[in-house]
Design a binder for this molecule. Structure first.
Ligand SMILES: Cc1cc2nc3c(=O)[nH]c(=O)nc-3n(C[C@H](O)[C@H](O)[C@H](O)COP(=O)(O)O)c2cc1C
Length: 195
């Protein structure tokens, strides 16, 4: 007996794939807002919520992204209905007085840049993963990519801000004919142990 049933487990994990091609089907603002409203509810440490998400949809936005992409990521990104720049607000702690109001959590991070960096990266990455799972739950397909130049994306989208790119996620409705072969996964005892 599971909390969500086999259909959901298949959609989220067992049958979900990383997509490289896309159907010509629009992803609405309502869907993207619903996506954020799901992912924002998943946990981050001290509720710090450092993940920021830029939904690149316009031809102009895609052209700005293009010079930063590795060659193999250009076509799938330019044809995706949406490319998310999963990003990190490096001054995430400025929101803590409202996100974690019962303690002076802001000072935990302003007093230690190293802890702030580690916390920002860990939790923003978690939130990007939550986005992938929330997208799958809403019937969207995803394709994560780290093959791009972060500095170029930051210059093109985040100059003069405290945001920086982490990785990219294409979003849309996948074209199964463009899937790569499913790769093996580590078995339980290769990746886990009991203590
Ligand atoms: C963080 C991250 C970065 C990735 N970067 C790229 C990339 O730059 N280009 C690419 O074609 N695939 C990229 N992938 C896709 C992986 O190779 C793919 O998710 C993995 O092989 C599993 O495929 P499957 O989900 O279809 O089983 C990336 C995946 C993740 C999670």
């Amino acid at each position: 007996m599971t909390a969500v049933g086999d259909k959901a487990l298949a959609a989220l994990f067992r049958n979900a794939r990383t997509h490289n091609g896309w159907a010509e089907k629009h992803v609405s603002d309502t869907t993207l807002i619903e996506l954020y409203d799901l992912l924002k509810m998943a946990p981050t440490s001290a509720n710090c919520s450092p993940g920021r998400f830029v939904f690149v949809r316009s031809a102009e936005g895609k052209e700005r992204l293009k010079p930063a992409l590795s060659y193999g990521n250009v076509e799938k990104t330019m044809s995706a209905p949406v490319t998310v720049i999963a990003s990190i607000d490096h001054e995430f702690y400025e929101k803590l007085p409202s996100l974690f109001p019962h303690a002076d959590a802001r000072s935990w991070f302003t007093s230690s840049p190293a802890v702030a960096e580690e916390t920002a990266f860990r939790n923003a990455t978690l939130q990007a993963v939550y986005l992938i799972l929330a997208a799958r739950a809403l019937g969207l397909d995803t394709g994560a990519m780290s093959g791009f130049d972060n500095a170029k994306v930051d210059a093109a989208f985040f100059a003069g801000t405290t945001w920086k790119s982490n990785f990219l996620i294409n979003l849309g409705y996948g074209n199964p004919s463009k899937l790569y072969q499913r790769l093996p996964r580590l078995a339980f005892y290769e990746a886990c142990r009991f203590e």
